[in-house]
Design a protein around this ligand. Structure first.
Ligand SMILES: Cc1ncc(COP(=O)(O)O)c(C=O)c1O
Length: 371
């Protein structure tokens, strides 16, 4: 019996051939960065998200730092969830700001208005929310209204949420700007890469300046911002362009596996899947389920792997950021919901191309081990 991996990247043979042909073309032309494929990837991604601008960069981490630099956060405070990946808060620090860690809304694993309110005060410039696991909180309009009332901007770190939505708005369209990651574990990949999306002309222009060494324009050598080399190469853009075309089908595959899990876990006593809001679309970057009883997660993962050949995916997240040593100086006391739920959830394997029988095996293994 083949093991069930935690995740798998799918590039169909015809897509690999399409990508290889175009990489041959750019190798022959010598146009290897900031060329026509990068521009096409940007146009297609902006259209997919329903926004006016997209700026392609070399990672989700650089997308965050560029957006924060473009917003001007030096010397300012930024409210970020403690339950997120290192880069969300690290980018605030790299751009000269101070992260204020907020607790999570247990219903979505993300920020809620009531977890943000205690942190509002002088010096706060904005709020960053993260669509954990691809779930867009139904409270996004409330969060956006709170930001507006307070004169703050709202940014989405949408690294998990390509194609996710709430109501008629796709991830990337709720705030002043949003960032995406195309790291290989994500729902779509460009090998490495990231994207900034926005409806704001100035932010888009600033982002283009920052990503290319702070140069006023591609052709001019006037450096007007403290930029960096954050450019995306043409081979990466070509890979991303093809995966973007496949994204709706890949999301549908993930949703079908998730629906199977939803049905299979219905009778479980100790495992409760994180519900997707009725008006929401989830891309199932992760299938999150909460353990009702305190369970040794490391031991559970080991038993599933060794006895059942099932690898669970990485948590979102194993520990909240305010407990990470490097952020200790920004921590301001316990965040009980994040600390509890970070320690008490698991993520089931889900990927495009996963066989139904493998999902059923995961359910059977969990029934035996967790129940
Ligand atoms: C929430 C979140 N933000 C930012 C990033 C950073 O993206 P990248 O790995 O492309 O730099 C990731 C992914 O790894 C992430 O999960």
């Amino acid at each position: 019996m083949n093991p069930v991996p935690a995740a798998k990247i799918q590039f169909l043979p015809e897509d690999r051939a399409w990508i290889a042909d175009r990489i041959q073309e750019v190798l022959a032309s010598g146009q290897l960065t900031l060329g026509k494929y990068g521009a096409e990837f940007e146009r297609a991604f902006a259209a997919f998200c329903g926004v006016r601008h997209a700026v392609a960069v070399n990672s989700g981490t650089s997308a965050l730092e560029i957006l924060f630099r473009s917003l001007g956060i030096e010397g300012k405070k930024v409210i970020v969830p403690s339950n997120t990946f290192f880069a969300t808060a690290a980018a605030v620090v790299h751009a000269g700001g101070t992260p204020l860690f907020a607790d999570m809304d247990p219903g979505t694993f993300a920020l809620g208005p009531e977890t943000v309110k205690p942190l509002l005060g002088p010096g706060v410039a904005g709020i960053v929310t993260v669509h954990i696991g691809g779930v867009v909180s139904p409270r996004m309009p409330e969060l956006a209204a709170l930001a507006r009332e307070q004169g703050l901007w709202l940014v989405e770190d949408a690294a998990h949420a390509h194609g996710s939505a709430w109501g008629s708005t796709r991830a990337g369209g709720f705030g002043i700007g949003a960032t995406f990651s195309f790291y290989p574990t994500k729902v779509m990949t460009s090998a490495e890469g990231g994207m900034i999306v926005t409806n704001d002309d100035r932010l888009a222009e600033e982002s283009r300046i920052y990503r290319d060494q702070g140069k006023k324009s591609f052709a001019e050598n006037a450096h007007v911002r403290m930029g960096y080399n954050w450019r995306l190469s043409e081979p990466h853009a070509i890979i991303g362009l093809k995966h973007l075309e496949r994204l709706p089908a890949m999301i549908a595959d993930r949703q079908a596996i998730a629906a199977r899990y939803d049905r299979g876990l219905r009778t479980f006593q100790n495992l409760e899947p994180l519900a997707v809001p009725p008006d929401g679309v989830c891309n199932y970057y992760k299938y999150i389920a909460v353990l009702r009883r305190k369970t040794n997660r490391q031991e559970l993962k080991k038993v599933l792997r060794e006895r059942h050949g099932v690898s669970l995916a990485g948590e979102v997240y194993e520990a909240p950021l305010h407990l990470q040593p490097v952020f200790a100086k920004f921590a301001r006391g316990p965040l009980p919901v994040s600390e509890d739920l970070c320690s008490r959830h698991i993520c089931l394997p889900v990927f495009s191309g996963m066989a139904d029988e493998d999902a059923d095996r995961v359910i059977r293994a969990l029934a035996e081990v967790v129940g």
